[in-house]
Design a protein around this ligand. Structure first.
Ligand code: DX5
Ligand code: ZN
Length: 229
């Protein structure tokens, strides 16, 4: 079985800035500063599924014209079914949903793909991997929450590293192409740990936007962590 790291080098590491902790008074500049990333990660929070309220499709739509990156909506909301079409119209290319937020996960994944978007599933730290067994072949990414969702700037929960390893094994055994994303507490220290465990998609918020002079350099540094180039 190839080392997790070898598997990743083929696909390469992708970085997806989360704007949740960017300057909400100037999101346009924030988005322009991270143009060298691979995706833009939009944290959609409704104050019910998580104890925080962020922004909706109107912000995605407003930012759409200021970035060439594909947008992904991370739906931390109750009734996620309601938002799939709204975000597609706003210009997102992928929707990540929580199994903890819906009764019919398989139908929700089908709905996302029928809208012409990629489907991803995000798992809270305590949600077991087998929750997604039946939909895994449908997904372009599984996002493992490395913090409890709702806020940026939290510390990575170390116990999730074993979950990343298990998921990498599961995907390799099934011969699937699905990416493994990690979300929350990713920085210069934790990025090598999650990559070594098998993650190849890094959502990075606070580490990128906390008074960073040059987020593009931070992105380049993170992407070199596995390729070593
Ligand atoms: C938390 C969100 C994360 C967060 C990024 O619920 O899903 O995307 O904004 O976290 P940090 O700031 O830790 O990178
Ligand atoms: Zn997120």
């Amino acid at each position: 079985m190839a080392e997790a790291k070898e598997l990743i080098t083929i696909a390469g590491i992708q970085v997806a800035p989360s704007i949740l902790n960017a300057d909400f008074a100037d999101l346009r500049s924030a988005v322009e500063k991270v143009a060298t990333a691979d995706w833009l990660h939009l944290d959609i929070m409704d104050g019910h599924f998580v104890p925080n309220l962020s922004f909706g499709p109107a912000v995605a739509k407003a930012l759409r014209g200021h970035s060439r990156l594909p947008f992904e909506a991370h739906l931390m909301v109750t009734n996620p079914e309601f938002y799939i079409e709204l975000f597609r119209e706003a210009g997102t290319a992928r929707v990540l949903v929580h199994p903890e937020s819906t009764v019919h996960l398989h139908r929700l994944v089908q709905m996302i793909k029928a809208s012409g978007q990629e489907a991803g599933v995000a798992l809270n730290p305590a949600t077991p991997l087998n929750t997604i067994d039946l939909v895994l072949p449908e997904l372009s990414i599984v996002l493992l929450m490395t913090v409890n969702p709702g806020f940026g700037g939290q510390k990575l929960i170390p116990g999730v590293l074993a979950k990343i390893r298990d998921l990498r094994q599961k995907i390799a055994t099934a011969g699937l192409e699905c990416r493994i994303g990690v979300d929350g507490g990713i920085n210069r220290e934790t990025a090598p740990e999650v990559i070594a465990a098998g993650a190849d998609f890094l959502v990075v918020g606070t580490y990128l936007f906390e008074n960073r002079e040059d987020p593009a350099q931070v992105i380049a540094d993170l992407k070199q962590l596995v390729t070593g180039k």
